[in-house]
Design a protein around this ligand. Structure first.
Ligand code: F6R
Ligand code: MN
Length: 184
């Protein structure tokens, strides 16, 4: 009887490590983030090979209705005083939402709708973030250790990075009190 029990994929909550499943990984380095930080001169001073974030996701089938599961690991640091961040995107299929779960570290989830209205949610171990459709999203690591978050999103969602290539309306910089939110 026990032979029928399937061992599912597993996520290590503290590290975000995905195991027991077919995992595909993508690494985003400083050189990939041209034009993403406000201060281009400061960005140019970094090692272009420096890893800023990785995404590991389960390589699941993609029929309509299926879901992807992935873990983002965003390193701690700043460029020109601006905290390390993910590129951020709308979904290609704008109506498709997503859920993020904070696993470890501390940061912010920046949400911005099509009208340019923004909000920031605190990300921490155990935080749950319901990202509605029509809403761009970006992780920002305001802490001093890697920020890990689990995401679940529809396989049909796709990614539109171009729509916000000019930047989000809000940037987050390091300050004496932790962080400072600046509106463009
Ligand atoms: C998937 C999703 C996350 C991000 C990841 C990296 O829809 O939102 O898995 O893809 O946090 O961010 P981007 O894709 O903006 O580089
Ligand atoms: Mn997404």
């Amino acid at each position: 009887m026990n032979a029928d029990i399937i061992m599912p994929p597993q996520v290590a909550w503290a590290t975000g490590l995905l195991t027991h499943g077919p995992v595909i990984a993508k690494t985003t380095r400083m050189s990939d983030l041209r034009g993403v930080f406000a201060d281009t001169a400061a960005w140019q001073c970094h090692d272009p090979q420096q890893v800023i974030y990785t995404v590991e996701m389960l390589d699941t089938p993609t029929p309509e209705g299926a879901l992807f599961v992935g873990v983002t690991r965003l390193r701690a640091g700043t460029s020109g005083g601006e905290f390390y961040l993910t590129r951020g995107h709308f979904h290609q299929r704008r109506e498709q939402g997503e859920v993020y779960f904070g696993l470890s570290g501390n940061g912010l989830l920046l949400l911005q709708n099509e009208q340019g209205e923004t909000r920031l949610e605190a990300v921490f171990a155990g935080s749950v973030h319901i990202i509605p459709g029509e809403t761009a999203h970006r992780l920002i690591n305001t802490g001093d250790v890697t920020l890990c978050a689990l995401a679940v999103w529809p396989t049909v969602a796709g990614h539109d990075y171009a729509a916000l290539a000019g930047g989000f309306a809000v940037r987050v910089f390091a300050s004496e009190n932790g962080y400072e939110v600046c509106h463009a």
